[in-house]
Design a protein around this ligand. Structure first.
Ligand code: HPA
Length: 267
């Protein structure tokens, strides 16, 4: 990790306080970034490169809505056979470079029957069902505490800001609890009934590890899901193609929301 930090310091002395991780088919926001400096993940020592369609794999640094931002276009997932430490590598490197706010976006299946395809949902909390935690193993006390409190893992003040900006833009924004699963198979209808029972509104395969690592390191987290499909048993069938198509269709709204939100996050 130190090598990646040193490499990126060499590219740019002063790193933005805010980063956005873009999920499946959500790369439209990258086009909003002005004066973009693009750094392919493969050029950064130790930075894992994604292997899945819909995830580009580059770090884009520039300005959006007048605010400086680092965009992680593409992420690695545990279902790619990656470790949780690899999944949070980029978040930890940026935390070392002074990150204060992290916006995690993702594609998710809608479990809450009030949701619809294409809806953006503010993550209020998560349920980690991945069976893995990026903090397992020796704790690096310079990063954060052994037993971090997760009571407010998704910063209430950032949620408030995001809700306000969405209202001002006329973008409908739901709220819900994100269940993080290992994947890569989608859930069964029985698993979705179980998830609804335990209080989940969304099902997805990313985000929880990054949230845990960022929160551990004292970085404020905001999570926004795109409901790319209703979950198993709630619609006829599920496919990655639908996830990508719906994700792309909603990416414009997501990009507008992020662009409006970023300048409001400055500390
Ligand atoms: N389940 C899990 N992850 C997902 C889904 C889903 O239905 N849709 C997009 N990501």
């Amino acid at each position: 990790m130190e090598r990646a930090v040193e490499y990126l310091r060499g590219v740019m002395a002063d790193w933005p306080a805010t980063a956005v991780v873009l999920g499946s088919a959500q790369s439209a926001f990258v086009d909003e970034v002005r004066g973009a400096r693009r750094i392919p993940y493969r050029e950064i020592p130790g930075w894992p490169t994604p292997s899945v369609e819909g995830h580009a794999g580059e770090l884009v640094v520039g300005e959006a809505g007048g605010a400086r931002v680092a965009v992680l276009a593409g992420r690695v997932h545990l279902y790619e056979g990656r470790t949780p430490q690899e999944a949070v590598f980029g978040v930890r490197v940026l935390a070392r470079l002074g990150l204060k706010n992290l916006i995690l976006t993702n594609a998710a299946g809608g479990i809450n029957p009030a949701y619809r395809r294409g809806l953006l949902v503010l993550i209020t909390d998560h349920i980690n069902l991945q069976g893995l935690n990026p903090l397992a193993g020796e704790n690096d006390e310079t990063l954060g505490p052994r037993f971090p409190d997760m009571s407010r893992a998704y910063a209430p003040e950032l949620r408030e800001l995001a809700a306000r900006e969405a209202r001002a833009l006329g973008i409908e924004l739901g709220e819900g609890v994100y269940a993080g699963l290992l994947g890569p198979s989608f859930e069964t209808p029985a698993e979705i009934r179980y998830l609804r029972t335990i209080g989940a509104d969304l099902a997805g395969m990313s985000t929880v590890a990054e949230c845990i690592a960022a929160h551990h390191a004292g970085v404020r987290v905001l999570g926004i899901s795109t409901v790319t499909n209703m979950a198993a048993g709630m619609q006829a069938e599920l496919s990655h193609t639908e996830v990508l198509e719906t994700g792309r269709a909603a990416a414009g709204d997501l990009a507008r929301l992020l662009t409006a939100l970023l300048p409001k996050l400055e500390l």
